[in-house]
Design a protein around this ligand. Sequence first.
Ligand code: MF3
Ligand code: CO
Ligand code: CO
Length: 246
Amino acid sequence: MRESCRVTSSILDDLTDFVKPGISTEDINRFVHKAMAEAGASPSTLGYKGFPKSCCTSLNDVVCHGVPSPYVLLNVGDIINIDVTSYKNGFHGDSSRMYFVGGAEACTEEARRLVQITEQAMYAGISVVKPGARVGDIGAAIQEFIKNTGFPYGIVREYTGHGVGREFHEPPQVVHVGKRGHGDTLRPGMIFTVEPMINLGTHKTILSKVDGWTVRTADGKWSAQWEHTVLVTDQGAECLTRSLKA
Ligand code: MF3
Ligand code: CO
Ligand code: CO
């Protein structure tokens, strides 16, 4: 798991310099596919339930599962989530980050705040992970964090974190909205993702009828997501997909 997660975080690190105005999301897909091969890994998404690409690229109002395309070009001021899962030695490592197209300065204050708050929400969820805690505690922590920002953000409910290991998606389901003291109890050695999707407007989403994958916000407002694969340790939590850069 450490090795698979390291491949994923190294690719996400390298994407920072690759993401630029004018490239297509298919260019990102090709970059990820090649990097994966060079690392002796394979992309978990390719062929997963028929998903056609080696990563997910979710731009602006796309919540998750955006399908890379040569027709989707990045513009200055856009925000994009790139979700990479590497399969190596029989294990999957799953993580995603947000990127500012043309640099953070090129994006609106509103978009920058959304991206930052979503990352903080993910860490608020991870911060309560320890043996004996419950899955619902993670959702409650994220929900409380978002509430305390004072902004009317929507937390997506239809898509959740998940156990990850020999299978891409395993139990438990890791909710981003939840009740403290509810759900599965966390034990040392468990590995799962925490991957909140936060919207500027409504939490409601629409699944594309065109490709059957792309999930968009129901109101067209922008959305952000961050994801780590997390190990429950004796003390608390370790992010296996943390950046390898300082
Ligand atoms: N990596 C995504 C997740 O965080 C799953 C993508 S499945 C796909 O769980 F089929 F859409 F690629
Ligand atoms: Co995931
Ligand atoms: Co993912």
